[in-house]
Ligand binder design. Structure first.
Ligand SMILES: Nc1ncnc2c1ncn2[C@@H]1O[C@H](COP(=O)(O)OP(=O)(O)OP(=O)(O)O)[C@@H](O)[C@H]1O
Ligand SMILES: [Mg+2]
Length: 554
């Protein structure tokens, strides 16, 4: 049945890129708050309100035993917040960095290892252990709330207000057991954090930062493409437009463009960004989506918004003030080749909106995300044994009781997965695991991949990659449709790797999946090298990559 889908199509991490780590820590989250209730479950189950989430700080016993010193590094982009927090991390005996992106976790692990401070890298899909490491760089969903550390950093803490991922930041904020916790982000989150931490007994110190180098909003739009210069970054929000601008700029502007957008494999995004940052490379212009928008240090001199609207999955809407500021803040990074940043638009009509957004304060963040642990859902499910996970999640979310500092996370994505797998003979825990996996159900190939993985796992207990993907040769994509397919295949393989870290025996082909992922990214990069209007030297160099065998016959 199934393998055919992928024979034809053969082969990115969404916002959930590391949620799995969450699972590892759930048991611990739960023990303190609900351990005693488990033993008395049969007596009290009908009386105990599992949907009461009004005291989430009490879910983290280790952290509550400490009086933590919380340092808030608050300020605009490019003000040295992360740099200063990392300095503290580097001088600590042991510690954690928790960031919102795999790329940021990679950057921090690289920085510490380069400074001869051994640092492990842990994301939903990677475990790179370094001998003697007492430091770890991770994506926030992987935050370890079970062990004690000297120092912890949570980067981009304002994301605790994010409707889908915010709860992972809240979990890290309440649960990290470290003597010092450094929170970096936008000052709009300060009152909420002060409010949330009133009940934890922690000490709080707030430090406000100023930009280290100027960011100048221009009074004129870009004008013709011939005005494009080295270090420019055009920002746009669809794949089609990203490649459209790349082509135009390479044809008319005489520059070569790197591209960065969310559904490119993260390793490809990093290589594209590195190529752009490298002063000796010919790729001196960047065309990117808001995937560049958080914390990344790029050699950008000028940000050019091609539009100030984006489709957010439901509708076209104007960019928010924090989005504009985050993206614009990539220009003129301190210590980069371009110490002064500029921002403008393609369309003159967008300039007033850009100027006013850059001058505005980000709206205060009023509530932090929260989501029930698996154990809570499990206990709740026992009160409703006839229901599938989808109904249980829906009921739980509808009935959850929260204090005024919190909101319940948007779990639409999880509900979509639950609807697909609820009929399969899987335990509640396994279903939950598939629900929190990094799958984008809006992507047909990825959702087919998830369904096949879950089906094979439910029916046979083991999922071999060769039963899902058949041997064949993948080509460098010729069209954007083929490129999109390859990006999706990469996402499916990424999902396999994610599952292999959680259901190790049932997903035994991690190595093969990792090697196939890198074959996919090579082919995607082959496409990027050929696409556009490039000088012959580069075209020839890149076109050596034509095809890769996929799952070669044993
Ligand atoms: N004191 C310093 N000495 C040398 N380099 C610094 C210093 N402070 C910051 N930098 C460099 O300036 C750049 C911006 O700093 P950083 O990434 O910490 O800013 P940020 O405030 O966290 O920005 P964002 O909000 O975009 O994440 C980085 O490349 C960082 O290494
Ligand atoms: Mg930062």
């Amino acid at each position: 049945m199934s393998s055919m889908h992928f024979c034809r199509t053969l082969f990115s991490p969404g916002v959930f890129s590391a949620l799995p780590g969450f699972v590892g820590a759930l048991n611990q989250d739960f023990q303190f708050r609900f351990g005693p209730c488990c033993r008395l479950y049969s007596i009290y189950s009908s009386k105990f309100d599992f949907t009461d989430l009004t005291r989430p700080h009490s879910w983290y016993p280790h952290a509550r035993r400490k009086r933590r010193k919380i340092f808030l590094h608050m300020g605009p982009t490019n003000s040295g917040k992360t740099h200063n927090a990392l300095k503290r991390l580097e001088s600590s005996d042991s510690g954690l960095y928790c960031g919102p992106l795999r790329l940021l976790a990679w950057e921090v692990a690289k920085r510490l290892n380069k400074a001869k401070i051994p640092c492990d890298l842990i994301t939903g899909q990677e475990r790179e252990e370094v001998d003697g490491a007492k430091h770890k760089a991770m994506t926030v969903e992987m935050a370890d709330v079970t062990s004690s550390y000297s120092c912890a950093v949570i980067d981009e803490i304002q994301m605790l207000g994010c409707k889908t991922r915010g709860y992972s930041f809240t979990r890290a904020l309440l649960g990290l057991c470290a003597d010092e916790v450094h929170l970096c982000g936008d000052a709009a989150v300060v009152p909420l954090i002060q409010e949330i931490l009133k009940v934890t007994g922690d000490d709080i110190e707030v430090q406000y930062y100023e930009r280290l180098s100027p960011l100048i909003p221009m009074n004129v739009p870009l004008g013709p493409y011939s005005n494009i210069r080295k270090g420019d970054c055009i920002v746009t929000f669809s794949r089609r437009k990203i490649y459209g601008y790349k082509k135009e700029i390479e044809r008319k502007g005489g520059h070569l463009c790197s591209v960065v957008y969310g559904s490119l494999p993260p390793e490809t995004r990093t290589r594209q960004a590195t190529m752009f940052n490298d002063t000796t490379s010919e790729f001196d212009v960047l065309v990117a989506s808001d995937a560049i928008g958080m914390g990344l240090n790029l050699n950008i001199s000028r940000i050019i918004f091609s539009t100030v609207e984006k489709f957010d999955g439901f509708e076209m809407r104007e960019l928010t003030v924090p989005e504009i500021k985050q993206i614009a803040g990539r220009a003129g990074r301190y210590g980069s080749k371009f110490p002064i940043g500029e921002v403008t638009c393609l369309n003159e009509d967008d300039l007033p909106f850009l100027h006013s957004s850059l001058k505005s304060d980000s709206p205060t963040i009023e509530r932090a995300g929260l989501f029930p642990t698996f154990e809570l859902i499990y206990l709740y499910s026992r009160l409703h044994p006839e229901n599938g996970l989808r109904q249980i999640l829906e009921h739980f979310v509808d009935n959850a009781k929260l204090s005024e500092n919190y909101f319940i996370a948007d779990c639409e994505g999880m509900l979509k997965v639950a609807a697909v797998i609820d009929e399969m003979p899987l335990s509640l825990h396994d279903k939950y695991l598939f629900c929190i996996s990094p799958v984008d159900m809006a992507d047909d190939i990825t959702s087919q991949g998830l369904t096949q993985f879950a089906q094979n796992y439910a029916n046979k207990g083991i999922v071999r990659l060769r039963e899902i993907f058949t041997a064949g040769t993948l080509q460098v994509p010729e069209t954007q449709a083929a490129l999109k397919e390859l990006e999706s295949i990469h996402k499916v393989l990424d999902l396999y790797v994610w599952l292999s870290f959680r259901l190790e025996e049932s997903f035994p082909d991690r190595e093969l999946a990792v090697s196939q992922k890198s074959a996919c990214s090579m082919l995607i990069e082959g496409f990027l090298g050929r696409f556009g209007w490039q000088r012959p030297k580069t075209r020839q160099l890149k076109s050596n990559i034509r095809s890769r065998s996929i799952l070669p016959e044993c």
